[in-house]
Ligand binder design. Structure first.
Ligand SMILES: [Zn+2]
Length: 346
């Protein structure tokens, strides 16, 4: 194939990716809400004006309209454009790497799923299981299609990842969704999955540090608020003798805020050390009324006898997008990475 044809094909892959990306935007927005992805025609979220075909060019419409609605001039979030651009670049890279091949088709499906699960994880702190299953199905079918790796290599990789990641999930920080995703990916990537894991964890750790600094102020404010609410509640408990931790014992109240709703995981309470039982509904109610602005996070309230010793609060962090970047990179160039790594020992 001549260079010109090659470039034209790469541009087509880019355009194709941007069109798919604009469809993925709809999937990310609507599937978690169980809404149909093929209902009413597109319209502005602010003024409701129906969008014309020239308002809906992926990437370019947003740039030409400078991120505003043509009709009411209200701001349009850049995320739609960013998702289109990421999908476009990913599809283009896949073409440059694999050319016209079965692997290119696999890449399109894989990258589309990775974009969707990243978007949904960012919005809802959850990786839909159908995304992980789709990747696992790609992996199982890849065994019959590509015949590069032996079946037991895929299974060994999957086994190691599940054990390793199970430990990380157990320690905390990562969710079961992350585990499912990496287990699915290991079937597709075999030992390259370790490259994916490494990239994901390193990127996630860097982001975690940045986020910690950025969120410090907010986390402090929420921590103080929880301490105040829990303090009042506990005092009330003590006054009424209705439920408190006995002298010389301690306990932790564990809870979280999910989609703006605070919730306490009472099953972690060690009821043996309590004198009477806590008024669970009252504390939940007080938290719900006073923590309306916070979206996602986890807290712990440490009780020691009649005192609240300390309160910890941290905002939740997503890992899915970083793992997705790792998986995409390992799929594209994992062979080189493994080769380079092996080369270190020769
Ligand atoms: Zn508008």
């Amino acid at each position: 194939m001549g260079l010109t044809t090659h470039i034209i094909c790469a541009v087509f892959a880019f355009i194709f990716g941007s069109v798919i990306g604009s469809f993925l935007n709809v999937v990310i927005l609507r599937t978690p809400l169980k809404q149909s992805i093929v209902t009413e025609p597109s319209h502005c979220f602010s003024c409701g004006h129906r969008l014309a075909w020239y308002d809906m060019f992926p990437i370019f419409s947003w740039i030409f309209l400078r991120g505003r609605c043509r009709y009411c001039k209200s701001k349009i979030s850049p995320r739609y454009m960013i998702i289109e651009a990421i999908t476009a670049v990913a599809f283009c890279l896949a073409y440059l790497r694999f050319g016209f091949s079965v692997k290119l088709a696999y890449s399109f499906v894989l990258f589309a799923v990775l974009v969707v699960l990243s978007g949904i994880d960012i919005d809802h702190f959850e990786i839909p299981y159908w995304c992980s299953i789709t990747i696992a199905v790609l992996g199982v079918s890849a065994f019959f299609v590509f015949k590069e790796a032996l079946w037991y290599e895929r299974l060994i990789a999957a086994g190691i990842v599940i054990v390793l990641f199970g430990i990380l999930v157990f320690i905390g920080g990562m969710g079961g969704g992350d585990l499912q995703l990496m287990a699915g990916a290991s079937l597709l990537l075999e030992f390259r999955v370790f490259a994916a894991l490494l990239i994901g964890i390193v990127l996630g750790a860097v982001y975690g540090v940045v986020k910690k600094f950025r969120d410090k102020k907010y986390e402090k404010a929420i921590t103080d608020k929880i301490r105040e609410i829990a303090g009042k509640w506990y005092e009330n408990q003590l006054d009424h003798g209705s439920g408190f931790v006995r002298e010389g014992h301690d306990d932790i109240i564990v809870g979280g805020i999910s989609e703006g709703e605070p919730d306490i995981e009472w099953e972690f309470l060690d009821e043996k050390v309590w004198q009477g039982l806590p008024d669970k509904a009252a504390l939940s109610q007080a938290l719900r009324e006073n923590l309306k602005d916070e979206r996602e996070g986890g807290f712990k309230i440490y009780l020691e006898g009649e005192d609240i010793k300390k309160v910890k609060y941290s905002r939740r962090m997503v890992f899915g997008p970083f793992l997705a970047i790792g998986i995409a990179a390992a799929w594209l160039v994992g062979d080189y990475m493994i080769g380079w790594y092996m080369g270190l020992f020769h």
